[in-house]
Design a protein around this ligand. Structure first.
Ligand SMILES: Cc1cc2nc3c(=O)[nH]c(=O)nc-3n(C[C@H](O)[C@H](O)[C@H](O)COP(=O)(O)OP(=O)(O)OC[C@H]3O[C@@H](n4cnc5c(N)ncnc54)[C@H](O)[C@@H]3O)c2cc1C
Length: 489
């Protein structure tokens, strides 16, 4: 007797959709992906122009062990597909007053930098890292790596005790201040919570895990940029018989008696046993169905990115850099208060510092990423004036950092991305860059579940589900969902 393979339809070929497809193909399912854009990858994408290669959004491979785990569990070795190297420095951090800190991955150099701030702060930094490490191990085992769909497995005495140990109610800034006195060192640590689109003054100390895991596991660079991961995943899906339809917008879900049976495209219906939405949860619930009243969620902020192709090498920069402006709190809070920053603090990425192939000879590529309000902010219009304002802030800061007065004259390629682009291209709901906000009411059991609570046959994967935003967490989401589906057999 020939057993029919169960058919999985995936809406969207972001990291979440691709990783789920690979895992389910490997487990013997038939997989068909529909992606609205002409290329796969979703927000993890690429722009190429005049010999410059830009990663579209994600640039930091945080918790790289998740990248390795995906390949390992597929019976492969990541290193056989992608050349990976580790930068010697995590970040060069530049401050408005001209101060500069180098956060090396070499313990001796790192210690030298910290001691130059003060011995007390060096002690505080290592104590903080030790505390974070313990919390990370606990959080990773108890929550991040476990599915939180079931109330019965989440609300156990053991779990509640573990949550208590994580002290989730204090905010990042207050927590860091217990260990560190130097305001600049605090700002460097706090800035990194912005990676998940949260303010360090409001978000739970759980997110100090971000600077911690960077220090413990490093920030490896994938040769060719982050999109290399997407290319390999796409190639494997095709080799393993998965089908990817690009330029294929899913217009709605096909639903009967609150049960999702398939998807509606412009010219046909496709039906499957499992319908998985990699498109963001609030977008799906608002735009692809009209049976269930969508919940209102707290949203993360958005991002403005300036991409620069420069005709000069900039040896004073690292692959990962942070620029901290004055009035740090006021300016980074603005993204959450519906305002543009007056003087931005930002992260900037120069991959050509360690991957020369990403720029023409003697050139450099830079992505500058500023956190800005999402599209719910009524008083920010993404017009030429707004873009000019942000560009001027960036050029001024880069001229200061590089000590090149006429920095703008080096620019050969200039492109940008706004929250409107995130919404238009990837259906990011209200232009959010980092999924649903990670406040405590929307984490773990309280984040949307992988299996829809409202519609049978519908599943979610990606940054609006547990455990949250970022490539590594989305890979975890794909792992948890795939396990759940495989259990159904
Ligand atoms: C500016 C910025 C910087 C970031 N930096 C980092 C970083 O340094 N490191 C890191 O780890 N993470 C980073 N992230 C986060 C990371 O990019 C995301 O968490 C991750 O890419 C989300 O993947 P996903 O699969 O959940 O969603 P997406 O990538 O959004 O994938 C969803 C896919 O669904 C498609 N889709 C939507 N609607 C439909 C439809 N109706 N029909 C068909 N297809 C549809 C979309 O086109 C898209 O391809 C960053 C994000 C942003 C925006």
């Amino acid at each position: 007797m020939i057993l029919m393979k169960e058919k999985v339809i995936i809406i969207g070929a972001g990291i979440g959709g691709l990783a789920t497809a690979l895992r389910l193909l490997n487990a013997g399912y038939e997989v068909v992906i529909y992606e609205k854009e002409d290329k796969v990858g979703g927000r993890v994408n690429r722009i190429q122009e005049k010999g410059y290669t830009f990663d579209l959004t994600a640039t930091i491979s945080m918790m790289p062990q998740e990248f390795y785990l995906l390949f390992e569990e597929l019976g492969l070795r990541l290193e056989d597909y992608i050349e990976i190297s580790y930068p010697k420095s995590l970040y060069y951090t530049f401050f408005k007053d001209g101060t500069y800190y180098d956060f090396s991955t070499d313990l001796i150099k790192l210690n030298r930098q910290l001691e130059s701030i003060s011995t007390k702060d060096a002690v505080g930094y290592f104590q903080l890292m030790s505390d974070i490490y313990e919390k990370y191990q606990l959080a990773n085992q108890a929550f991040l790596s476990q599915s939180c769909d079931q109330a019965s497995s989440f609300f156990t005495f053991k779990h509640l005790k573990e949550i208590f140990k994580l002290e989730p109610l204090s905010n990042v800034y207050d927590y860091v201040s217990k260990f560190i006195k130097d305001e600049k060192l605090k700002e460097y640590i706090c800035f990194q919570t912005m990676y998940i689109g949260m303010s360090p003054y409001d978000c739970s100390i759980i997110y100090t895990l971000l600077p911690g895991v960077s220090q413990f596991y490093g920030l490896p660079h994938l040769k060719g940029g982050m999109y290399r991961l997407v290319e390999v995943m796409e190639q494997l899906i095709k080799e393993w018989g998965g089908i990817i339809h690009t330029n294929s917008l899913v217009e709605s879900l096909v639903i009967e008696d609150k049960c999702v049976l398939g998807i509606q495209l412009s010219d046909r219906i496709d039906k499957g046993d499992y319908i998985i939405a990699n498109a963001q949860v609030p977008y799906v619930m608002h735009e692809l169905q009209s049976i269930i009243r969508p919940k209102e969620y707290h949203l993360s902020c958005s991002a403005f990115i300036l991409y620069l192709g420069l005709k000069q090498r900039l040896p004073m920069l690292n692959i990962h850099n942070i620029y901290i402006n004055q009035a740090f709190k006021e300016n980074i809070q603005s993204a959450f208060d519906g305002k543009l920053p007056k003087e931005s603090s930002f992260y900037f990425y120069v991959p050509s510092r360690m991957d020369e192939g990403m720029a023409p000879t003697n050139g450099e590529v830079i992505n500058v990423i500023i956190r800005v309000p999402n599209l719910k902010a009524q008083n920010v219009e993404w017009n030429e004036q707004t873009i000019l304002l942000l560009k001027e802030q960036i050029y001024k800061a880069l001229a200061q950092v590089t000590k090149i007065e006429h920095f703008k004259e080096l620019v050969e390629v200039e492109k940008y991305l706004t929250p409107v682009d995130l919404a238009t291209h990837f259906n990011c709901y209200e232009g959010i860059a980092f999924g649903l906000s990670h406040d405590l009411t929307q984490t773990n059991y309280f984040r949307p579940h992988h299996q829809s609570d409202d519609l049978k046959g519908l599943y979610f994967v990606g940054d609006c589900t547990h455990p949250g935003t970022g490539i590594s967490l989305v890979l975890k989401s794909a792992r948890q969902l795939s396990k759940q589906i495989c259990k159904h057999i």
